[in-house]
Design a binder for this molecule. Sequence first.
Ligand code: HEM
Length: 495
Amino acid sequence: MTNNNNEKLTTITGAPVVSHDNTQTAGRRGPVLLQDVFLIEKLANFNREVIPERRMHAKGSGAFGTFTVTNDITKYTKAKIFSEVGKQTEMFARFSTVAGERGAADAERDIRGFALKFYTEEGNWDMVGNNTPVFFFRDPLHFPDLNHVVKRDPKTNMHNANSNWDFWTMLPEALHQVTIVMSDRGIPNGYRHMHGFGSHTYSFINAENERVYVKFHFRTQQGIENLTNEEAGAIIASDRESSQRDLFDSIEKGDFPKWKMFIQVMTEEQARNHKDNPFDLTKVWYKSEYPLIEVGEFELNRNPENYFADVEQAAFAPSNVVPGISFSPDRMLQARLFGYQDATRYRLGVNHHQIPVNAPKCPFMVYHRDGQGRADGNRGSAITYYPNSYGALHGQPEYKDPALQLDGPADIYDFREDDSNYFEQPGKLFNLMNDDQKQQLFNNTAAEMNGVEDFIKERHIIHCHKADPAYGEGVAKALGIDINSIDLNKEIKYF
Ligand code: HEM
C-alpha cells in the first residue's frame, strides 16, 4: 500500500467530500437524496470500471524489464536497439493464454502469448509472438473461426471439442501446431519456463538499405518445464493464477527471469530458392539450414505497481516496427498489421498511445488530433494540416525501406496449390520426441478428443499417420480405435 494516511477524499473535480460513511438522506431513517453527488459519482465510476477484454489472449501477466545486446548483428539491421554490444533498452512483456477469458485458470492446455514491447529511441518495437514457432493455418480468413471453435459453443456456452477438432482437422496444415499443443509442451509450468517465437518471417534492413528475412527466437534461461494434465488439474483446483503468481513472486523476490534472443537469417536469394514458401507460418526454418545467431538477452525485473494501468491497458501490435525491422509478404502477418491497432482502438480508444505503458519513450509527433480521452494538450496551437508554408510535419524519406520485389498478377491464389507439404514437419517433430513424450502426445490427444465424432477422430488419425505411421498408430490406440479399420489412403475433401 502506498497511501498516505493523511490523504483526504475529494470528488473528481477536487471538491471535499464530507462523509465516506453516510449518504445524504431525507431524515434520519429516510431515502437517499439525488443531490448526494459523490454517491452518484462513485456508483457511476464503478459501473464503468470494466473495459472490453481482449477477444483472445484475455488472461495474462506482465512485467517491465531490460534488453541487453550481447552480439553484433549490425550487418543485418540498422535498428538502433541492436546498434552496439552492451546497449540496454527498457521493455515490457505480457504473457497470456489464448482461449480463456479474463478470469480463466492459468494452467490450461493452450498456446501461450509472448508479447514484448521495446521502448527504442526510434519508436516502440512490438514483437507479438507465441510460445510456438508456427501457427494453425496460412490464410487470415481462418482466424476468427479458430477463435469461435476454441471459445464457447453458442448454445451450450461450454467448450465444444467436436467443433474444435472438426475445424482443426479440416485444415491439414494445422497438424504441426496441433502436435505442439497436444505434446508435453502444451501446458508450460508458468510463463518463466517456456521459449518465445516471433513465428512469422520478418525483414531486417541494414544501413546499406539491404534486406534479409529473419525469424525471432527467445529461449528461456530458466529451463523448459511443463505440467501433465494431472499436475495441471491439481494446480487449478487450488490456484487459478499459478502463472501470474510464479512470475510476480519471482520478480518480487529478485529472482529475475531471463530469455536469450536469437535470430535465424535467410537472404532474399535463399528465400527465392527455399524448398517451401519461406513466408508460410505453419512451417519452421530448420536450424540445421538456418542456424540460430545470438543477439542479446532480456530480463524481467520490475512488477507493475498497478495491474490494470500497465497490463490490462497494454496494447501490442505487429505493425509497431522501427527503422531496420520490417514486414514480409506472409498473408497472416499482413492481416495482423491491420487487426491489432483496430482491436486496440475498440478496447482502449483512439488515444491509447498516451497510456504510459504504450507511450514511446522517445519524442513523438502524432499529427492526429482530438478523439475521446485526449490528455496530452492535443499539440496546443501547433499546425494540424499539411502541406503548409511553415515547415511543419514533413515525412522522413531517409527511412524508406528497400523496394520489395513481388511477382504475378493480383488474384485469389489457392495456397494449397502452391504447397501441400503439410506433414513433413509434424513428422520430424514427432521423431524428436522420446518414447515418454510420444506417449504423452497420444494420451493428451485422446483426452482432448473426448466426445468428438468418430469420423473426425479418423481424419486426425489419417493426418497423424501421414506425418509418421507410429504417430497415427499411437493416437488410434489411445482413442481405442483399430487403425486397420480405417482407410488410411482415403481422399479427404477439405472444402
Ligand atoms: C492478441 C488478432 C495471429 C499472438 C490478438 C488480438 C487480436 C489478434 C485482435 C487482441 C488484441 C487486443 O485486443 O489488444 C490476430 C489475427 C491473427 C493473429 C487477426 C492472424 C491472422 C497471431 C499469431 C500470433 C499472435 C500468429 C503469434 C505468433 C498474439 C498475442 C496476443 C494477441 C501474443 C496478445 C497480446 C497482448 O498480450 O496484449 N490477436 N492474431 N496472434 N495475438 Fe493475435
